[in-house]
Design a protein around this ligand. Structure first.
Ligand code: PLP
Length: 461
């Protein structure tokens, strides 16, 4: 027997309404054909809006960016009528691009359900579907992280991971993390993130010791250095380490890629010392040849806890049975908006069914096109650009020898010229990075963005 809800969602009027909306979206998208300058008539009111918004939010925005609410694939329209290529996607969130008709349809299903939000006390069947999908996919090559706890931000997913690890290792106060890692903006994660400015004036919450990240140019040496650093810390604070938070590819530091042998060497020390292995996949989720980067690096057997976010729209902490928190440790009002959860299911299922993964999947093909184009630019302008680096849907380069000020100027100029990127790392090793909307991008988009990069390089000395 059907529920009333099933009858409602299948009502022909709903089907017809969704068809009409899809038609309207695709009809209006025909007007977006490429990069476009702002509309002179909107310039003044747009500048005023940005100024006021900057003041009211307590600080100006990085870019002069307020979206109009419409776009087409990798193209986004701003409220001043300009159109730009979005190759940073809200720092890795809009994997499906802008105004994606399939995702809008999924969101409508969520939006017409009974509540705006789902929460830990009351959630709908989509939440159960999402948890099952994540659990099944995470464990498909033998990992044990079958439990999935939904939450609303990457930082919160990480907080939950820390809490369950600390509870399991009760008494151990310290954590390991990689040098130059980024873990989020909560009071806890501010002390994990390896950037002094991000915790200036904040009371200490977590004792973290940092391990140098993998260096491809010194494969063996970097493994030895990292393992020795870890052993030294363990010798100084025996029994004091609860866990090790690992990014497989350092996103905020500029797409620095790890290595299986390197991770395995560190994990071996973790296992010998009762240190939980926690992989932070808030940025890497769905960006490598596998759904999870720990699967890409073949670490399935070793992971204890994994966090995801960004591309997944809804964030989550996945964990093994022996990291199950005791009752009372974890809960939150929200797990996510109904439309967010519906979109999450659609995006993950599309990545799984749409030939995106694998060594010859679409993610790798787009990566190769972008990488190839940037390599050509690096050969043509050896003083202005180096790289690129990264893996799959994470690509970064340096401009002007990684100088922070010039890299910032470059990103602003690139923005003016019609493409969104973002800074990564800092100081003299600043990188400019890109997080493409893989579910919507085309080879032509990549070529067009590279032409904008070249134009911008030519405008700067
Ligand atoms: C690796 C990593 N962890 C955690 C976070 C924090 O996620 P959120 O900003 O959703 O709290 C980020 C965000 O950039 C991240 O890249």
């Amino acid at each position: 027997m059907k529920t009333v809800a099933q009858d409602f969602f299948e009502d022909p009027r709903i089907t017809e309404a969704k068809k009409l909306i899809r038609q309207a979206v695709t009809d209006h998208q025909k007007k977006l054909t490429g990069v476009k300058a702002s509309n002179a008539a909107l310039k003044e009111s747009y500048a005023e809006l940005l100024k006021k918004f900057g003041e009211q939010r307590g600080g100006a925005l990085f870019y002069q960016y307020l979206g109009s609410g419409f776009g087409k694939g990798a193209l986004v329209e701003l409220a001043d009528g300009s159109v730009k290529y979005d190759f940073i996607t809200g720092i890795g969130v809009h994997y499906m691009g802008h105004s994606n008709p399939d995702i809008i349809e999924a969101q409508i299903d969520g939006a017409i359900s009974n509540t705006v939000m789902n929460g830990h006390l009351q959630q709908n069947t989509d939440s159960a579907r999402l948890v099952d999908l994540l659990s099944t996919q995470a464990c498909k090559y033998g990992a044990g992280v079958k439990n999935v706890f939904l939450s609303t931000s990457g930082a919160m997913a990480n907080e939950n991971a820390f809490k369950m690890i600390y509870q399991k290792r009760a008494g151990a106060q310290r954590f390991f993390a990689f040098e130059k890692c980024f873990s989020g903006r909560t009071l806890g994660m501010a002390w994990v993130t390896d950037k002094a400015a991000y915790r200036q004036g904040l009371p200490k919450t977590i004792d973290v010791d940092y391990i140098p990240f993998y260096c491809e140019a010194d494969h063996k040496g970097s493994i030895e250095i990292a393992v020795n650093a870890m052993k030294k810390h363990l010798y100084r604070y025996p029994g004091q380490y609860a866990g090790f938070i690992m990014e497989m590819i350092q996103g905020e530091n500029g797409s620095w890629v790890g290595n299986t042998e390197y991770f395995e060497a560190l994990i071996k020390v973790c296992k010998e010392n009762n240190v939980s292995v926690f992989v932070d996949e808030v940025q890497t989720f769905m960006r490598t040849h596998e759904l999870f980067a720990f699967q890409h690096f073949k670490l399935d057997k070793h992971v204890d806890v994994v966090s995801i976010g960004k591309n997944s729209q809804v964030c989550a902490t996945l964990f093994t049975d022996d990291h199950k928190p005791k009752p009372g440790l974890m809960s939150q009002t929200f797990t996510g908006a109904s439309s967010q959860i519906a979109a999450s299911l659609k995006i993950i299922n599309d990545v799984l069914s749409g030939d995106y993964l694998g060594a010859n999947g679409k993610i790798e093909k787009f990566h190769q096109r972008f990488k190839g184009n940037l390599e050509k630019l690096a050969a043509k302008y050896p003083k202005k650009i180096h790289g690129p680096w990264g893996i799959g849907a994470m690509v970064a380069m340096t401009v002007f020898e990684g100088d922070e000020t010039k890299s910032k100027q470059f990103t602003f100029k690139l923005f003016e010229n019609g493409a969104l990127s973002f800074m990564a790392g800092g100081g003299s090793s600043t990188r400019v990075r890109f997080l493409m909307p893989i579910l919507a991008v085309t080879m032509e988009d990549i070529d067009n963005v590279c032409a904008i990069i070249e134009k911008t390089l030519n405008e700067m000395e």
